[in-house]
Design a protein around this ligand. Structure first.
Ligand SMILES: Cc1cc2nc3c(=O)[nH]c(=O)nc-3n(C[C@H](O)[C@H](O)[C@H](O)COP(=O)(O)O)c2cc1C
Ligand SMILES: [Fe+2]
Ligand SMILES: [Fe+2]
Length: 400
C-alpha cells in the first residue's frame, strides 16, 4: 500500500504515476510517462485539489484515506475538468457523499454533464475566498488554459498556487516530488512539449492568467503534472518558460521539417542545413515528418524562431504527413516565425504552391526565395537551397 507524501506543513501529495499509457490524449507519446497530481490540505477543514485518472483510482483512494487519517473530506476543489484529473470524481462522491465540490459555473456545468452531480456543488466567483482554519484559499478564474473552466487556487497562508495543468510537464515523478529532490532540468523539455502540444493554441489566455498571478507572491507551485516547484529560481524559470511560449517567442535556431519518400526532397533539406551551419547557426533540427512524432516537431517549432518546411508533390497535393503537420501548426495559431519553404515534383508541382498559401495564412515572415525542384538535385537546386539557408541565417543573426 502506497503512502501519501508530506510536501509541506498540512499538505500531502497523493498523486499517481502512469507508466502504462503510450499516448496522452491518444495523441502525444509518453516515453517517460506522466504523473497525475492531486493534493490534500489538512486544516480545520480538509480540502482535496483535483483527482486523478480513473485507471489509478485504487491507489489514489488508498493514499487519500491514509492522508485523511480518519477525518472526513470537506471539500474537493476542481481546477480542471479534463478526465485525467476529474476521472475519479464520481467514485470520490460515492465514497465521500458529504464532500462539497468547489468550482466555477462552467465547472458545475461539466460536473453535471459528466457525472450527473448537481447536489453539494459550491459555485465560486473570480477572487472569492474560502477560509479553512489556518489556511485561506482564493480562487482565480483562468479560462481557456486550455479548457473554459480552468482556474487556479491560491493558498494565501502558504503562498502556494494550485495551478491545474499550467506549469505541468510530461514525465513521471520517480521518487522525488519537489524540485529540491530531483534534477529539474530533466523536465524542462517535457514542459515545453506539454505546453506546445496541449496548451499551445491558447497563448493569449495564458498571458492573461500570468498577469493575474503576477500580483501574487508564490512560494510553491502545485501543478497537476510533474514536479512541485518550490525553489525561487525554479519558479522563475517555469514562469519564464510559460511567458515565452505563450508570447510565441523563439530562440535562435531553425527547424527543418520535411517529407520525403525517396530522399530527393531530403537532400534539399540537408543542403539548407549545411549552409545554416556554415553561417554559424548552431541549433539546426531536421525532422523527417514521417518518422518523428509530430509532438516533438511541434515542441521544436515552439522553441526556435526559424521554420523551414519541405515537401514532395503527392497526387497533386502536399505530402500527407507534411499537410498534417501544417494543420497542427495552424491549429496552434503559431506566430512570429521566420518561414522558408521548398518542394519537389516530377511532372506537375503542387507542393510549393500549397506552402506559399500556408505562409500567407499564418502571416509568417517569408525568408529567401522558395526552392522548387523537378526530379533530382543538381547544381542549380543546390545553390538555390544554399541561398535559402543563407537568407534564413542572416535574418536570425539580425536579432542577435
Ligand atoms: C504516390 C506518389 C504520388 C505522386 N504524385 C505526384 C504528383 O501529383 N505530381 C508530381 O509532379 N509528382 C508526383 N510524384 C512524384 C514526386 O513528387 C517526386 O518524385 C518527388 O521528387 C519525390 O521526392 P522524394 O524523393 O523526396 O520522395 C508522386 C510520387 C509518388 C510516389
Ligand atoms: Fe488538461
Ligand atoms: Fe492534465
Amino acid at each position: 500500500m502506497l503512502k501519501p507524501i508530506k510536501i509541506k506543513e498540512d499538505l500531502y501529495y497523493i498523486g499517481v504515476n502512469d507508466r502504462t499509457r503510450h499516448l496522452f490524449e491518444n495523441l502525444w507519446p509518453l516515453p517517460k510517462g506522466v504523473s497525475y497530481n492531486s493534493y490534500l490540505l489538512v486544516d480545520e477543514k480538509t480540502v482535496l485539489f483535483d483527482t486523478v485518472d480513473i485507471c489509478y483510482s485504487d491507489i489514489y483512494f488508498q493514499k487519500l484515506e491514509i492522508a485523511l487519517d480518519g477525518r472526513s473530506l470537506d471539500y474537493l476543489v476542481i481546477n480542471h475538468m479534463e478526465p485525467d484529473h476529474s476521472g475519479s470524481l464520481g467514485l470520490l462522491r460515492s465514497k465521500y457523499p458529504n464532500v462539497q465540490i468547489v468550482g466555477n459555473k462552467r465547472t458545475a456545468d461539466m460536473v453535471k454533464g459528466y457525472f450527473n452531480i448537481t447536489e453539494g456543488v459550491r459555485i465560486i466567483e473570480d477572487g472569492e475566498e474560502l477560509t479553512l482554519g489556518k489556511h485561506k484559499l482564493v480562487f482565480y478564474l483562468t479560462p481557456m488554459v486550455h479548457w473554459p473552466e480552468t482556474m487556479m487556487t491560491y493558498d494565501v497562508t502558504d503562498k502556494t498556487i494550485f495551478s491545474g495543468d499550467a506549469f505541468g510537464t510530461f514525465g513521471t515523478l520517480d521518487g522525488g516530488i519537489t524540485d529540491t529532490q530531483l534534477h529539474p532540468e530533466r523536465y524542462y523539455d517535457e514542459m515545453i512539449r506539454y505546453y506546445s502540444n496541449i496548451v499551445g493554441k491558447f497563448g493569449s489566455p495564458v498571458q492573461k492568467a500570468l498577469e493575474k498571478l503576477s500580483t501574487l507572491e508564490i512560494a510553491t507551485i502545485c501543478s497537476t503534472h510533474g514536479p512541485v516547484w518550490t525553489q525561487e529560481d525554479q519558479i522563475k524559470k517555469v514562469v519564464s518558460i510559460y511567458n515565452k511560449l505563450s508570447r510565441y517567442e523563439g530562440d535562435e535556431g531553425v527547424v527543418i521539417a520535411y517529407g520525403s519518400m525517396y530522399g530527393n526532397t531530403e537532400q534539399m533539406a540537408e543542403a539548407i542545413a549545411y549552409e545554416l551551419a556554415e553561417q554559424g547557426i548552431k541549433e539546426i533540427i531536421l525532422h523527417n515528418v514521417s518518422k518523428r512524432s509530430h509532438s516533438y516537431i511541434i515542441r521544436d517549432i515552439f522553441k526556435y524562431k526559424g521554420l523551414i518546411v519541405g515537401s514532395p508533390t503527392y497526387n497533386n497535393k502536399l505530402y500527407p504527413e507534411v499537410e498534417y503537420l501544417l494543420s497542427k501548426v495552424e491549429g496552434r495559431e503559431m506566430k512570429n516565425r521566420y518561414f522558408g519553404y521548398f518542394g519537389s515534383f516530377t511532372w506537375a508541382g503542387a507542393a510549393v504552391k500549397r506552402l506559399a498559401q500556408f505562409a500567407e495564412d499564418t502571416k509568417f515572415e517569408v525568408i529567401g526565395a522558395p526552392v522548387e525542384m523537378k526530379q533530382a538535385m543538381f547544381n542549380e537546386t543546390y545553390e538555390a537551397c544554399v541561398a535559402l539557408g543563407k537568407a534564413m541565417a542572416e535574418r536570425l543573426k539580425q536579432d542577435r
